[in-house]
Design a protein around this ligand. Structure first.
Ligand SMILES: [Zn+2]
Length: 121
């Protein structure tokens, strides 16, 4: 991942100026939507440590394994509130395109936004 490439979250900014800042711990996500975008970008660049760190301890899995057959190809946030986000994430798996539609819920914990869980359509 080159820092000056467009951020995978689709913001139009460079990865370094967008979700890369959160992945390297320079800043924390200010809103649930920003956290959701940064978690998508973390999946896209393979930063599963960030995905784990931003997952609420109450609901997160014991460990996260990479899925080498899966490539994330785009994100569209379709709606968002203070503590929830609806989005469509595009991917290819073994060369075949697919989409994930999810309504995700977030909570602030010790001043930081964390992913709690989500309903997949
Ligand atoms: Zn981004």
């Amino acid at each position: 991942m080159l820092l000056q490439q467009p951020c995978p979250c689709g913001s139009g900014a460079t990865y370094d100026a967008c979700c890369g800042r959160m992945h390297r711990g320079a800043v924390a996500a200010a809103t649930a939507e920003e956290l959701m975008r940064s978690r998508y970008a973390a999946y896209a660049v393979g930063d599963l440590d960030y995905v784990f760190r931003t997952w609420h301890p109450r609901t997160r899995p014991d460990d996260l394994a990479p899925d080498p057959g899966l490539t994330w190809t785009g994100l569209r946030v379709t709606d968002a509130g203070a503590d929830w986000v609806e989005f469509v994430a595009s991917f290819t798996r073994a060369g075949a395109p697919g989409e994930l539609r999810e309504h995700s819920r977030f909570e602030r914990r010790a001043g930081r936004w964390m992913y709690v869980d989500g309903d997949v359509d």
